[in-house]
Design a protein around this ligand. Structure first.
Ligand code: IVH
Length: 696
């Protein structure tokens, strides 16, 4: 690691800083391109790059011919033959303004260059995805793949034909109408699921003691590693994919080669010849079309099976492209428009251990606040001791944090070069940080648990939050802070204590006006009439979610029957397997749980008891529905309840197995996914048809 700072120190001279930045950038470009072992996230590299660019711009005398801003890529490894590109492989200018204005600025530049005025028609562009892999040039002669080369420094790259031949998506032969010489340019990448599977295999190899194996930081890093494998047998084990987006050398039209009017026509021809072209590729008009494309793809980004870091806009008309030409090494007719980074770097301030409702202990990395994936992240779960050890996250470490879409933030990896000396390895606590009870880990389980049960105030608090939850007993106004106070002050020991709270006690709590205390007592009173399903869910039995609780209620009809059921009897319930059956059975076998149930009944909690049902066929049995956006006729929870009452399953994500997506106002990526997969989309009217038990 070069001893230099990521951030300029206050008193530094520009020349000193520029030299430092050059050193840093050279180092990281080498680690990234040549070693396939990046040490910092791309966003960090880009920032350093831009800092150097603007320094050189403000102080032209600092410019050096060897500055990283003056060249395109990495060095060539010894093991591969070097290939000179007949047509250089260029890069594209990156628009770092991730807002709509970034697209508008590009359109404005193009119009200006072409001398268009506001009365001229909008320019037609092709919107493409900016794939996060590595650029590849595929050379075909007389219809046969003869050479595949990486970009290298743009002038010459590495010959990796043997490895590229292992990519099933790349045609080895072309149809007879293909020109004599054809170089197809595109991106080699690894799908996310293939990446996960590869890393899993790598972990197993490491665990089995295989020397020299490592896991990969991200799909691009894994793809680059596979392409640069000297042993193409190993490359073949690492499934790669390819998308075409352009051309290199080609038989000229004057010698009988093809002539296209537009970039889009050319892409469609490549597609016809068997090259994968992303289905999202689209012709759009003017700035408004670019902005809409940028937004549409942003909504789809997290559901794509591969990583993209932005979109690319290209002027469609090839004659206009020729007129626009190039600036240094970048075409004027194309730009990459980025999305906010999904990975950033930060430091671990502490590793806390949190206690969950069922006593599960979760190590959580407390992070120096960092803006990533559109939000400020301060915490990242490390899941359990095993996972924390696998990633080997330590207090004081610099880590790469990823947050994609709605997915919870995670620590991707540790930047080992920056580990402070003496950083201790994480070990799980032996006693509960909240109640001091012994911590245990059951045989064959990854999780540690506090053995304190409801003696542990952390577990008690969460058991109460869960009990009061809208989908459980639905006690409006019993928030987290109030539960904390009630438990800490010793007013609530068991769930039933909630129903014996006095107005004076409640009104005496911090930030509790008498009015809110009265409302809470009303809400508690109201919650007493419930359903068996809600009641079972509210008890917080491990592994018993809302759906299982409803199914138990439907199956047994009466609480006493559930409480008396053997594990075998429980196994008869739909969706209940051995683990769940065991958990329910042990829950009710414990005297203090039976006491809590009795105390709740004594306090007046009731529900209509029914007969044990033989599972009947209901109007929407077997139908899976996904709800998204804001519905006009009712809330999503209400719609869910009604659909489930008719036997439908309401899922949270869209897949090929989804029968209908009900989309209200401002539906986002789920609607897009439904359209992509061809799942029927219903509006409020369609929903009401479904709720009549009919299939629209
Ligand atoms: S066009 C002359 N189109 O982004 C223009 N590049 O600096 C040549 N990339 O490493 C590039 N998706 O590998 C183009 N749809 C796309 C792309 C794309 C990803 C990569 C390319 C290159 C970098 C551009």
């Amino acid at each position: 690691m070069v001893q230099a700072h990521l951030f300029a120190t206050v008193s530094q001279e520009p020349s000193e800083r520029a030299a430092e930045l050059r050193g840093l950038l050279h180092h990281h470009a080498y680690a990234y391109h040549t070693l396939d072992a990046p040490e910092i996230p791309d966003a960090e590299y880009d920032r350093l790059f831009r800092e150097l660019q603007s320094l050189e711009c403000a102080h032209p005398e600092l410019m050096r011919p060897d500055s990283p801003t003056q060249r395109v890529g990495g060095a060539v490894l010894d093991g591969f033959a070097q290939v000179t590109h007949r047509v250089p492989m260029l890069s594209i200018r990156t628009e770092t303004d991730t807002q709509a204005s970034g697209a508008e600025a590009f359109d404005m530049r193009i119009r200006k260059e072409l001398g268009l005025t506001s009365t001229d028609a909008p320019v037609v562009y092709v919107g493409e995805l900016k794939f996060d892999g590595l650029a590849m040039s595929l050379r075909y002669e007389a219809g046969t793949l003869v050479q595949a080369a990486t970009r290298g420094d743009g002038e010459s790259g590495e010959e990796v034909t043997a490895n590229i031949r292992t990519i099933g998506q790349i045609p080895l032969r072309l149809p007879s109408d293909a020109p004599t010489v054809l170089e197809v340019r595109g991106e080699v990448y690894m799908r996310r699921d293939h990446f996960e599977a590869l890393n899993e295999r790598q972990r197993q190899r490491i665990a089995a003691g295989t020397k020299g194996e490592k896991t990969f930081v991200n799909p691009r890093n894994a793809a680059a590693g596979a392409v640069r494998q000297l042993d193409s047998g190993i490359a073949a084990e690492r499934p790669l994919s390819f998308f075409a987006y352009g051309l290199g050398d080609i038989t000229p039209a004057s010698a009988g080669g093809p002539q296209w009017a537009s970039h889009h026509d050319m892409l469609m021809q490549l597609k016809a010849w068997g090259f994968p072209v992303a289905e999202q590729t689209a012709c759009v008009q003017g700035a408004a079309g670019l902005v809409a494309f940028h937004q549409r793809i942003a909504a789809e980004r997290d559901t794509l099976p591969y990583d993209i870091d932005g979109v690319v806009y290209k002027v469609n008309d090839l004659a206009l492209q020729a007129r626009l030409g190039f600036v240094t090494r970048e075409p004027r007719w194309a730009v990459a428009h980025k999305y906010p980074a999904q990975e950033e770097m930060t430091s671990v301030l502490a590793i806390d251990v949190q206690v969950g409702r069922t006593g599960k202990l979760t190590p959580v990395a407390k992070l120096a606040p960092v803006f990533v994936g559109g939000v400020t992240v301060t915490n990242a779960t490390l899941h359990n001791e095993l996972e924390a050890r696998r990633k080997d996250v330590r207090v004081g470490d610099t880590v790469i944090v990823r947050r994609a879409g709605d997915v919870i933030p995670e620590v991707v990896s540790v930047v080992l070069d920056r580990r402070p000396p003496d950083a201790p390895q994480f070990t799980m606590v032996s006693h509960c940080p909240v109640c001091g009870s012994l911590v245990e880990r059951e045989e064959g389980e990854a999780d540690h648990r506090c053995t304190g049960g409801l003696f542990c105030s952390a577990q008690r608090k969460q058991a109460i939050w869960h009990f009061a939850h809208r989908r459980a007993m639905d006690v409006d106004g019993l928030g987290d802070k109030l539960v904390d106070q009630l438990v800490d002050a010793g007013h609530v020991h068991t769930l039933a204590d909630l129903y014996h709270l006095k107005l004076e006690t409640l009104a005496g709590m911090e930030r509790m006006a008498e009015k809110s205390a009265i409302n809470l007592l009303d809400a508690l009173e109201k919650s007493k009439s419930t359903t068996l399903g809600r009641f079972l869910f509210s008890l917080g039995i491990r592994h018993v979610g809302e759906a299982t609780a409803k199914e138990l209620a439907r199956h047994f009809g009466q609480l006493d029957a559930v409480m008396a059921a053997s594990e075998d009897a429980l196994l008869q319930v739909a969706d209940v397997g051995p683990v769940v059956a065991h958990s329910i059975h042990t829950f009710f076998a414990q005297p203090h749980h039976r006491e809590v149930v009795q105390a709740l009944r004594d306090a007046g909690v009731t529900w209509p008891e029914g007969d044990a049902l033989a599972p009947t066929e209901m109007p929407l049995t077997g139908i899976t529905v996904v709800l998204t956006g804001t519905l006009q006729s009712m809330g999503r929870d209400e719609a869910k309840e009604k659909l489930e009452a008719l036997g439908a399953k309401v899922a949270s994500s869209v897949s090929k197995k989804t029968h209908y997506v009900v989309a209200g106002a401002e539906a986002g990526s789920k609607l897009e996914k439904a359209q992509t997969l061809g799942v029927p989309v219903l509006d409020d009217a369609g929903l009401s048809v479904l709720l009549k038990g009919e299939k629209p």
